[in-house]
Design a protein around this ligand. Sequence first.
Ligand code: HT7
Ligand code: ZN
Length: 834
Amino acid sequence: TSPTLLRDYTPFSHLVDHVDLQFKLHPTATRVTARIKFRPNPVAPGQGFFLHGEQLKLIHATIDGTPVSPEISDTGLTCDVPDGPFTWEAEVEIAPETNTALEGLYMSNGMYCTQCEAEGFRKITYYPDRPDVMAPFDVTIECDLPVLLSNGNPVASGQWSDPWPKPAYLFALVAGDLVAVSGDFTTASGREVRLNIWVRRGDEGRCDYALDALKRSMRWDEEVYGREYDLDVFNIVAVDDFNMGAMENKGLNIFNSKYVLASPDTATDGDYANIEAIIAHEYFHNWTGNRITCRDWFQLCLKEGLTVFRDQQFSGDMRSQAVQRIEDVLTLRARQFREDNGPLAHPVRPEEYQEINNFYTATVYEKGAEVIGMLKRLVGDDGYKSALDLYFDRHDGDAATIEDWLNVFEDATGRDLGQFKRWYQQPGTPRLSVSETFNNGTYTLHFEQENPKAPHPQVIPIAVGLLSPNGDEVQPTDVLEMTETRQSFSFEGLASKPVPSLLRGFSAPVILQRNVTAADHAFLLTHDTDPFNRWEAGRALAKHGLTAMLVDGAAPDPLYLDGIATLVQDDTLDPAFRALTLGLPSQDDMAQSLFDAGVTPDPLSIYRARKMLLGAMAARLGEVIPDLRAALTPHGPYSPDAENAGKRALRNALLSLQTHLDTAPASQQFAAADNMTDQLAAFSALLQVGAGADVTAAFYDQWKGDRLVLDKWFALQTSLAPPEQAVEIARDLSDHADFNWKNPNRFRSVIGGFAMNAAGFHDPSGAGYDFVADWLIQLDGLNPQTAARMSTAFDTMARYDADRQALMRAALERIAAKPDLSRDMAEMVGRMLK
Ligand code: HT7
Ligand code: ZN
């Protein structure tokens, strides 16, 4: 099939004034009747009338009550229509029970639910399924299940009316035997909103945190962005079978149950933080995505980048901005930098796609958020606020573009953003190299930018601070604005050559290339006033040391061990921050940085070097760990708040190190834990040193009845299995009675968990590649979207030695050769094999 191109955009032939949908639900023969009021679109006159529709059985169609016989293809229908306004009615039949792709109307545990973004509505009825066609919807649901939900406000049992015009991708319907945990929220202007979280019977006790996060999100959006909720009810439904995290359908968010349900004994601190962030993210879409939507799917970052940026701000406000920033950058580098470096690189606003589901990527989401962070830095907080106010004023009710978005910033601040727009248009991560000179009190930084995937220089905001050799800050943070390929910036009147702290707060998504000595990193680790760069210095020192171990056979770097030992004992610092500084660069991070340095990475050697360094850290800290851990023991019952979570994070990071010396404390903690954070931390500490057999069995016995906890049990074993046994362990787990490969969460835990075990996945025999490829081939027939996403496990092929490359290529070619390969997978594999 030929790709869809941004430059081919044309508006739809008609406008939709109203949609009336009637559902008679049945597992194998659901009837959907759609009554749609169309009128010609004055800006797109004379175009043929085409409605999307896939896998639909048309029962009847009429125009203004007269039967019509449209021409039907695999993708939709065409029909002769009157010149003026008309009412289209069509009845179709669909089979939700056999819909395994989880897109459109499908069933999960006896419950009906929908997923329409991006192009699922066309599997429900014939419709102009494109985001720039917006209409108010009325919905009637007939079904003998007790809870019948759709978008908007309730009218009567099974009847819903959504007054806000919306695109079809925001349509939702749920029917099931569900129970609600409810609350109330009064908006700033006094609207009373009923909040319901709908879950399976038995899950009611795990909804309080999500409900509280929702209330906090609603208040925050009023206080920080001046955005109020606009319906009488806000429903959230938790579903077990779901392709992604959650979906922002108007007034009826549908969530993967993993991101709603939490209780101290079953959810970790990380789960609580994810729930808070995702509840906020979906709620924030009400304004950034729903009230203002995207003109076409190329503009996806307009809603996703902005909404990620907003949820990151929110989480920072709820917790710690410094810790949040470090975590966001860790995610960005792990997922987006990797993507940008490989065959799947694309601009934040792509210009073509085969299957839009393949573009819900780290680049669109995370880099999309970074671009907004840079804009905010460049125009300042006040400029950002005026631009956002103007955006909501000017575009409420619109299907907008990135051009619209940048125009409001230009109009609100008077800045020319012509060059800045390249961040949306050019793929690739710019490399920023730096050198310095110091003459007569003038310190000059010389920068050069180069993007291996794009020709034109980008605007790079570089936040810089300077420290004197005694550690005092002599230049507080200043944002330099780089626009040229090569550019220098000077600081005058300095008594001595300073130590620069560059790219503070990670002020731009670039790779800083600078020859820095380990001593300078150690200096910044001790003295930098910018928490991000302080953490970054520790990370750089660790990378430096690990690289020397791998390339030169060096011993673990004492400078790093000393620096970390000092920092971790500094109780003036936030424990969550200290926990982050104990984290080593990941396997993947090390593989990429070796590759960048011209060394072919060997995953097994990286695994061993990391393990050796962890052992050395444990030895260096061994004597102080017990007291440090004791001092961090939270008092009172478990609470997921940031302060207690931070203490547990550090306490458990120390436990993990301690387990390299002695497994007893972890075994004790596993047995005594009264919360999942501590239990899982002990479990993984033991697995990492190969002492997990007993706890693996005990954990299963304790949690075999809990689907979300069992996902963790599977994922830990596959992701932490020792390299030599990893394939075998993953294979055994995929034969386990509880491995339900049709459930995306379980599939991700077992197969995705294994693919993240770098040394196991890259086993030199190729058995890891074959294992994953076999499962992707199997899943592709059932659920192409989830299968295609996981194929990204192969996107680092170019980094590795010729043998591994040949094996990875063979695995991809085997996938490509599968008969009836989905469009999703064909596009992904095709891009990786190019
Ligand atoms: N806007 C949503 C993205 C999405 C999705 C969600 C669930 C299942 C399939 C999906 N396809 C696209 C989620 C979000 O970003 O908020
Ligand atoms: Zn989103």
